[in-house]
Design a protein around this ligand. Structure first.
Ligand code: OGA
Ligand code: MN
Length: 297
């Protein structure tokens, strides 16, 4: 059966049918998915009862995967899932719900802020693939904002102003903005800021987008408060409801998005309910801008 594409929003996001992610895909199917994501930026695959192994296999079809080791606050012995997974569930290694004041849970609340995955890494993520194994009935939607449409809607003066700007992104900034500052020196060392352009051009679609995330703490060359105020303004613009698709999860949905063209966030839900979400992440291939030399740090 041929792959089907059904738009879910006026601007972006589409539901993909006619594909079974539990089996190996043909080369043409992978190319069709790549073409669809270049256009729609967010793809929803329904009823995909995949195992972790099948999710890894499907994800690897699009490139090398990021390992979560070395970022965030989970130590190797504390992983519930294979290290190529970002465990965005609210579960402990024994599959019990994390208590309210659990450190990993509080750290994970950063996902409620608008972001693009791994923008805090020198080479940021390309695609993310999130599988909803156990979803919540109320709340817990994942919202996506189309950063291409948000860019297109800027006036020419703002487009010119952001054309060559570079920002610093760090996990320290997004976590501290929620009041989570309980980080060890070793953790801070892995979270040193990286630089990213503010205007990106997509390599396949050629469309420009605003590369925003709550990890941004500074615009290079600008006074810090002025940079942060401007980033807030741009974020407010870029996340207006007309640019947002809110995904209401059904069990075994797999949502795949292009981090180069979108931001996302999770909405509140009852934290005593199990929400088992497992993400694989396809690594990007190059930095968006030359990084400061490590020797200077
Ligand atoms: C992610 C993420 C949001 C969610 O997996 O990258 O931000 O809905 N998740 O859990
Ligand atoms: Mn994310």
């Amino acid at each position: 059966m041929a792959l089907t594409v059904r738009p879910l929003h006026d601007l972006f996001a589409a539901e993909i049918g006619g594909v079974d992610l539990t089996r190996a895909l043909a080369v043409e199917e992978v190319s069709a998915i790549e073409a669809a994501i270049a256009e729609h930026a967010v793809l929803v695959f329904r009823d995909q009862r995949i195992t972790d192994e099948q999710q890894l296999e499907f994800s690897r079809g699009f490139g090398d995967l990021e390992e979560t080791r070395g970022t965030g606050i989970s130590k190797p012995g504390e992983l519930r899932l294979h290290p190529a997974f970002a465990d965005v569930s609210n579960l402990d290694t024994d599959n019990t719900v994390l208590p309210r004041d659990n450190r990993r849970r509080l750290y994970g609340l950063g996902n409620m802020l608008w972001h693009s995955d791994s923008s805090f890494k020198a080479v940021p993520a390309k695609y993310s693939l999130l599988s909803g194994r156990i979803v919540v009935d109320e709340g817990g939607e994942t919202e996506f904002a189309d950063m291409r449409a948000a860019y297109d809607d800027l006036d020419d003066e703002t487009k010119a102003e952001i054309a060559d700007l570079v920002c610093e992104h760090s996990l320290i900034h997004s976590r501290e903005s929620l009041g989570f500052d309980d980080l060890t020196d070793a953790e801070r060392a892995t979270m040193r800021p990286v630089r990213q352009v503010l205007t990106r051009t997509h390599p396949v679609s050629g469309r420009k987008s605003i590369y925003l995330a709550s990890h941004i703490g500074k615009i290079i060359g600008w006074p810090v408060p002025e940079g942060r105020a401007f980033i807030r303004d741009l974020t407010e613009h870029a996340t207006q409801r007309r640019f947002v698709y809110a995904h209401k999860w059904r069990p075994f949905d797999l949502v795949m998005w292009d981090n180069r063209a979108t931001m996302h966030r999770v909405r509140r839900f009852d934290s005593t309910k199990v929400r088992d979400m497992r993400r694989t992440t396809v690594a990007g291939t190059a930095p968006t801008v030359a990084q400061e030399s490590m020797a200077a740090e």
